[in-house]
Design a protein around this ligand. Structure first.
Ligand SMILES: C[S@@+](CC[C@H](N)C(=O)[O-])C[C@H]1O[C@@H](n2cnc3c(N)ncnc32)[C@H](O)[C@@H]1O
Length: 781
């Protein structure tokens, strides 16, 4: 890219720099004319698209190599490593070429099933056996392995049938004897178990091939929204009626979506959920991995092996067993679960011939390709789909882009057009007009696409009683949830919600579905605004403004940025050093921003919106309340906030020395943070951090965000060494919770309320730990 950028003549760069959206067809045309005869450009495009140099294709030699390593680890008893190598081998093993290749994939599935079985992952082992028999229905070893997995799962009837099939398929005498011996063991096991209890085929359910991450549809969205025009933010979403707190106001499937590169090996490339141990690869390329055949098929993988029903069963197989085989193959194929007649778009189809452009180009560029192909497929023709792209009717930020970004976007669009033409074979004409559609699409993605985040639960420290129905908590005593950014997607309706640093709706994702829920009561006609990232209370005003400008090219005009709020005032504030004064002291930077905000106040807001976010009467710091009031009452613009002077008692503070003291103390907090991450919290690290916390308490304002972070780290550190009382005290200090005499149950209920507010009926799914906490707490009463 850098080399291509460097060769563009300065005259062309000048035109690009001055260009507006209506000029894009002609700028694309000029750049295309310049690049087409250029050997450097031809080389770049050839390397990305030539099937001969495709690096992401299936490759038998690589698959065999990984399989061999897997076998070695299996023999040495390192089943986890063996599993990892078999999974890699599957990525490269061809699945639909000829009999030999099919057998390679089958044997890897069988070997991986053995590793999974050894690791106690029985359902996963059974699923791999299913994949093996689907690929090669006459392979005795696959049925044998399936029989052992079913036997361990106590699915004895199936286990016996599997062994009987294996016996019929096996040709060698030695093999037949081995199966006979195993069958005898299973029959004995069944007899014993039947005596103990009446066993049922617990795990032979029809969804073995499907994705467990499908979104429950028990909560439907009843609220009617309207798209309104706002004076300062363009179009936006508003409600037609009053909306209660925690109501689901919107849910939507993505128009186009992509998994981010750093998540490629751990998350499903279709549903974006974490991959299970028995992940399945794309049937045609070596990049994509899926959590199930269902996702594999939905993304556009092609069915392989016996899905085409062209297998031949030996004549010796009796009819009832033949029916069993047919039933097993039908149930265990994920493809059977994808409705062939449904209006479904195979989003990965055009990328998976083995060419490596989807792996090399940036995600947002590949996403633009997906959106373009979808628009063409949706239209049902292949003439470039230009109208459909425009019909997305999304804002773009072309006019605000720098020359650098404009140039990059043009070059990527031209390269993408070549890649799409090569691998999709569409009649996408390589003209300035058609390529300009891609430029616009990429700019629309920049402004409107949403980052998909998934919640990851990290459960730790000590056993809570395990519950069969809640295995996801793994019996942990504490639990953290982390947000992981896994993908980027276009939701055409979802992108009509404007941003606010004090949002009244919350967006979250389950799998790839977007959900938006109110976090407070919203009166009819009032705008519904979510946070694009920055929020009051998490970052100060200036940082928020900069983030939004950099990422989305707009200057935020939300309530949080144009009205006064307590958080912005104290988030970086110091504490007055005068004895007995807890007053607020602002440094010159904060004082300047505060002053700036005061000067912006056009209409003084009433106290209602102010109180909604921080109940002033509950704050002990008198001066903050006074300052807030004072600021809100200012109608003239002469109000002065002087750096270094206490807003409560007016005395002067030497902030240079406070800064230095705080900085030094924070080093020890940072060390503790690293120790927590590496799970090695030594006593002296903890003691040093505790001393630093006391120093910070006497230097920083109680509501300074660094105070909360320090308390948080101390809480995590105490938790990690099992000292739960101080851990709780620091947690409370971190979030300024005053629980008084509340019981454990009260605290859990409070947590439950907070989660329900943000996730409604999905809260148990997002944070399953809460359910086990409730169960444990109920035992105490
Ligand atoms: C995802 S779009 C939202 C819908 C958009 N208003 C429209 O008319 O299509 C994001 C764009 O909306 C505008 N916007 C959203 N929130 C804003 C805010 N708080 N202040 C100013 N502009 C905002 C900006 O132009 C931003 O680039």
């Amino acid at each position: 890219m850098e080399k291509l950028k460097a060769v563009v003549p300065s005259g062309l760069k000048g035109i690009l720099s001055e260009s507006n959206p209506e000029d894009i067809p002609s700028t694309c045309s000029s750049l295309l004319e310049f690049f087409q005869p250029l050997p450097l450009f031809q080389k770049v495009v050839r390397e990305l698209t030539d099937p001969e140099t495709a690096l992401c294709a299936k490759n038998v030699a690589t698959a065999l190599d990984f399989k061999q390593k897997g076998n070695e680890y299996f023999s040495s008893g390192d089943y986890a490593k063996a599993l990892a190598f078999y999974s890699q081998a599957l990525r490269f093993a061809p699945m639909e070429v000829d009999k030999l290749d099919e057998m390679l994939a089958t044997t890897i599935y069988v070997n991986r099933a053995s590793s999974l079985h050894k690791m106690g992952l029985l359902i996963e082992a059974l699923r791999d056996c299913n994949r093996a028999v689907v690929l090669s229905p006459c392979y005795a070893k696959a049925w044998y392995r399936r029989g052992t997995a079913n036997a361990s799962l106590q699915n004895f009837e199936d286990a016996i049938s599997d062994m009987t099939v294996a016996m019929n398929m096996e040709v060698s005498l030695g093999g037949k004897n081995q199966i006979k011996d195993k069958l005898k063991i299973i029959l004995d096991q069944r007899k014993r178990t039947m005596r103990e209890s009446s066993s049922t085929n617990l795990h032979n359910d029809k969804n073995l091939g499907s994705c467990s991450n499908t979104v429950s549809t028990d909560e439907t969205c009843q609220i009617k929204l309207q798209c309104v025009s706002t004076p300062s933010k363009g179009r936006g979403m508003a409600s037609l009626s009053d909306i209660a707190q925690a109501s689901l106001v919107h849910s939507e499937e993505p128009y186009a979506v992509i998994l981010l590169k750093h998540c490629r090996d751990n998350y499903c490339h279709f549903c974006l959920s974490e991959l299970p141990a028995d992940m399945v690869p794309c049937t045609s390329c070596s990049i994509s991995l899926y959590c199930s055949q269902h996702c594999q098929a939905k993304a556009g993988g092609k069915p392989s092996g016996s899905n085409s029903n062209n297998y031949s069963i030996p004549k010796s197989v009796p009819p009832d067993l033949e029916r069993y085989i047919a039933k097993t193959l039908a149930i265990d194929s994920g493809y059977a679960l994808v409705d062939a007649n449904a209006d479904h778009f195979f989003e990965h189809g055009h990328e998976c011939g083995g060419a490596h452009w989807p792996a090399v180009l940036p995600c947002e560029i590949v996403l633009a390709g997906r959106a373009l192909v979808k628009s063409i497929v949706d239209k049902g023709h292949s003439k470039g789909g230009s109208e459909t792209i425009e019909s997305l009717e999304l804002l773009n930020n072309y006019a605000q882009m720098t020359l650098e970004r404009k140039l990059e976007t043009h070059i990527y669009s031209i390269i993408l057009a070549y890649c799409l033409q090569q691998s999709y074979g569409l009649e996408f004409s390589l003209t300035g007009a058609s390529i300009s559609q891609l430029v616009i699409l990429i700019c629309q993605i920049k402004v409107n696409s949403m980052a998909i985040v998934q919640m990851k639960s990290v459960d730790a420290y000590g056993p809570l009683e395990q519950s069969r129905s809640q295995p996801s908590t793994k019996g942990a005593l504490t639990s953290n949830i982390e947000q992981i950014r896994v993908g980027q997607a276009i939701y055409p309706a979802g992108s009509l919600f404007n941003h606010s640093c004090q949002p009244n709706v919350h967006a979250y994702f389950i799998s790839r579905t977007l959900f938006i829920r109110t976090t407070e009561f919203v009166p009819a006609g009032y705008p519904l605004e979510l946070s694009y990232g920055p929020q009051v209370g998490q970052q100060e005003f200036k940082v928020r403004q900069q983030l939004l400008e950099d990422r989305y090219s707009f200057k935020c005009q939300c309530g949080g940025c144009s009205e006064m709020n307590l958080s912005d005032l104290v988030i970086n504030a110091f504490r007055c050093a005068k004895p007995n004064c807890l007053g607020t002291v602002l440094d010159s930077c904060m004082a300047k921003h505060t002053q700036q905000k005061v000067s912006w106040l056009q209409v003084i807001p009433n106290f209602g919106s102010f109180e909604r976010h921080l109940p002033i009467d509950k704050l002990k710091r008198e001066d903050i309340s006074k300052v807030a009031q004072l600021l809100l009452e200012q109608t003239n613009r002469t109000f002065q906030v002087d750096p270094g002077y206490c807003l409560n008692c007016g005395s002067y503070n030497d902030l240079e020395s406070s800064h230095a003291t705080a900085k030094k103390a924070e080093i020890y907090i940072y060390r503790l943070h690293n120790a927590i991450n590496s799970m090695e919290v030594a006593t002296n690290t903890l003691t040093d951090a505790l001393e630093s916390l006391y120093i910070l308490r006497s230097t920083l304002h109680a509501y300074n965000k660094d105070m909360a972070e320090a308390e948080d780290n101390l809480a995590a550190a105490y938790c990690s060494i099992g000292e739960l009382h101080p851990a709780m005290d620091h947690s409370k200090a971190s979030i300024k919770l005053s629980l008084g005499d509340s019981t454990v149950m009260d605290s859990i209920n409070q947590l439950d309320e907070i989660f329900s507010l943000y996730y409604g009926s999905h809260s148990a799914r997002i944070f399953p730990y809460l359910e086990s906490l409730k169960r444990e707490a109920s035992k105490l009463y």
